[in-house]
Ligand binder design. Structure first.
Ligand SMILES: Nc1ncnc2c1ncn2[C@@H]1O[C@H](COP(=O)(O)OP(=O)(O)OP(=O)(O)O)[C@@H](O)[C@H]1O
Length: 586
């Protein structure tokens, strides 16, 4: 409504009406201006005529000279600024021409309900995940400031030491600074010499450093080096050395999770070894991992390679941090997002394989990607990909037999055969499981099974049915004292989470179970026979209204995907706009 009103206010039709009405009033105003202010006010009170003032402001002052034209344009711009979503220009601007304005009542910015609604709607969209507005601030202000403030390095500043690892994207070394530049002593460093994907990793690490530095290894600097004899170029990425152990190293220890206890709490618990104590340690580790994931997702970054090898224990922060952002995708602006690209580690990848629907085309140009990112995010919920991987890590922490590769691969096959139904997998595994398996289920079943609940919500076939990292952190599993220490309100919340993440079939079974439990002689409720009858009833086909809504949603999704595809104009030279080294040279 507000926008429509604005359009009307400045439309040509409106302008001509305004000019003619002004002419009729010019005479009055001409004489009027020579009168004392007191008389002017009295006259205005008597006539109650605000129309004259309005007309003047839209049509310009007396005379149709160039200056008046300029004043008119300025006034219109002013009105536009004041009037965004707030109402008619004449309602929101100071009326009357320059000479008489001071005598008119001051109006200022008038806030109207539709205006507020529109403003809230726009702000909600701009701040919705993955955050278009914070993204612009980060990219155009913070990134530039950071580049000025932070010290920069070159190859000669580092002395490379022991090789720490070698992967598809490069080689990682322990290193030290030849000459310290920063204020803080950076004695132990890690340097990754990476191939062309290094540019993406620099981008992701810089984003993370600005927005949520505690979630990932502390990134110091990234730069490009040209290799000798025309051998091309490589990217150097430098981090602070966080520690010797990844989660994978720690999990391979027979004493896991007790070997982590002192590292994260600073002391050893006096409780005897057993499920409760293990549960406490695992819960703390999972909370740290899920918090880091939540922070990454909040800024639109999907890691895509969450696994114990990429989670490192920071000795300084006494917490687990995420490393290796080489495969990550920034969905705010579509960097490194290629829907059909297959970069995944099959041991930890979610069944959907892709973070976005394969019907969603490759990333459009950044402004389009940024503008559409909240819509695409809601449509694809790409963050759930990482949540699935984290769910598998949770399983590995709980079940010692899944901590090595081949049993994990076997588990994945079993789960697939069970249609990704963890309950079916449990029914298959538990009866013939060894002591380790039984112990694992015992841990998950503690506190009325909140751990088992959370695991089921994380490891689901459909991304949309999976819990998000933020929701997982709100799950009662992470409430410090377990469910026994929770309030009635928290217990209710658990029921709500259960209901919202359960399939209809499961929810139905759950309600039935509840009803059966209450169906005693004293309490009443349904009898077993009645429940059996309900069970046997054929499931009702989805009613047409529901079907139509679903079909419309799908149609809309495809339409948006098509529109994006049509908007994509591939840059002729395929340059990466975000790669500052590239743009500098070309
Ligand atoms: N900040 C750090 N502090 C301490 N060690 C680190 C740090 N970053 C990386 N490492 C070590 O280097 C190893 C390799 O790092 P990273 O996973 O980033 O490299 P990569 O080349 O991508 O390897 P891959 O392809 O196998 O994942 C890690 O497993 C870890 O042991």
């Amino acid at each position: 409504m507000g926008l429509q009103q604005l359009a009307l206010g400045f439309g040509p039709g409106q302008a001509s009406v305004v000019v003619s009405s002004r002419r009729s009033a010019v005479g009055d105003w001409g004489n009027f201006s020579t009168r004392p202010q007191q008389q002017q006010r009295a006259w205005r009170r008597r006539t109650g005529d605000s129309r004259v003032g309005q007309c003047r402001c839209l049509a310009g002052g007396p005379g149709v000279g160039a200056a008046a034209g300029v004043v008119e344009i300025v006034e219109k711009l002013n009105a536009l600024v004041l009037g965004v979503g707030v109402g008619l220009p004449c309602q929101v601007m100071d009326c009357g021409d320059v000479v008489y304005r001071s005598t008119l009542p001051k109006q200022g910015l008038i806030i109207t309900a539709p205006g507020v609604f529109l403003a809230v709607l726009i702000a909600t969209y701009l701040w919705a995940q993955p955050g278009v507005a914070p993204g612009f601030w980060d990219m155009f202000v913070l990134a530039k400031l950071e580049r000025i403030i932070r010290p920069s390095y070159k190859k000669e500043d580092f002395a490379l030491g022991k090789k720490l690892g070698e992967g598809a994207f490069g080689t990682v070394y322990k290193a030290s600074l030849v000459k310290n530049k920063g204020g803080k002593s950076e004695s132990e460093l890690v340097v990754k010499k990476a191939n062309e994907y290094g540019a993406v990793e620099v981008w992701m690490n810089e984003r993370v450093r600005r927005a949520c530095s505690s979630s990932c290894a502390d990134f110091i600097h990234g730069f490009r080096e040209t290799l000798n004899k025309g051998k091309g170029e490589e990217f150097w990425l430098v981090w602070r050395y966080e520690g010797d152990a990844t989660l994978d190293d720690l999990m391979k220890d027979k004493n896991f999770p007790y070997n982590v206890e002192e590292m994260i709490y600073g002391d050893v618990n006096e409780l005897p070894k057993g499920p409760e104590r293990e549960n406490r340690i695992i819960r703390t580790m999972m909370r740290q991992i899920m918090s880091s994931l939540k922070n990454l997702h909040a800024i639109g970054i999907i890691h895509r390679d969450i696994k114990p090898q990429n989670i490192i224990f920071s000795q300084e922060a006494k917490t687990f941090k995420i490393i290796d952002l080489g495969a990550a995708a920034d969905l705010r602006v579509g960097i490194n997002y290629v829907p059909k690209e297959f970069l995944l580690d099959p041991r930890y990848a979610a069944p959907e394989q892709y973070i976005m629907s394969t019907q969603t085309p490759s990333a459009p140009p950044p402004p389009v990607a940024a503008a559409l990112s909240p819509v695409l995010w809601q449509m694809n919920v790409p963050d759930r990909f990482d949540v699935y991987s984290a769910g598998l890590i949770f399983l590995q922490m709980v079940f010692p037999n899944l901590r090595t590769d081949s049993p994990l691969i076997q588990f994945n096959r079993q789960l697939k055969r069970c249609d990704y139904d963890l309950v079916a997998w449990r029914e298959l595994t538990e009866p013939r499981g060894n002591a380790d398996i039984r112990r694992g289920f015992e841990i998950l079943d503690l506190d009325e099974g909140v751990g088992w609940e959370l695991l089921q919500a994380m490891v689901r076939f459909k991304g949309r049915q999976r819990i998000s990292a933020q929701q997982a952190l709100d799950h009662p599993y992470f409430i410090r004292d377990g469910l026994l220490g929770t309030t009635l309100l928290q217990k209710l919340r658990l029921q709500l989470i259960r209901a919202s993440f359960q399939d209809r079939g499961e929810a139905f079974a759950w309600v039935q179970n509840l009803m059966a439990k209450s169906g005693t002689k004293s309490v009443g409720g349904f009898t077993e026979a009645e429940l059996q009858k309900m069970k046997e009833k054929e499931p009702k086909p989805k009613d047409t209204l529901q079907r139509n809504a679903l079909a419309s949603a799908l149609r809309l999704q495809r339409k948006v995907a098509r529109t994006v595809a049509e908007t994509v104009v591939e840059p002729a030279n395929k340059r990466n706009w975000w790669n500052r080294w590239e743009s500098k040279e070309s």
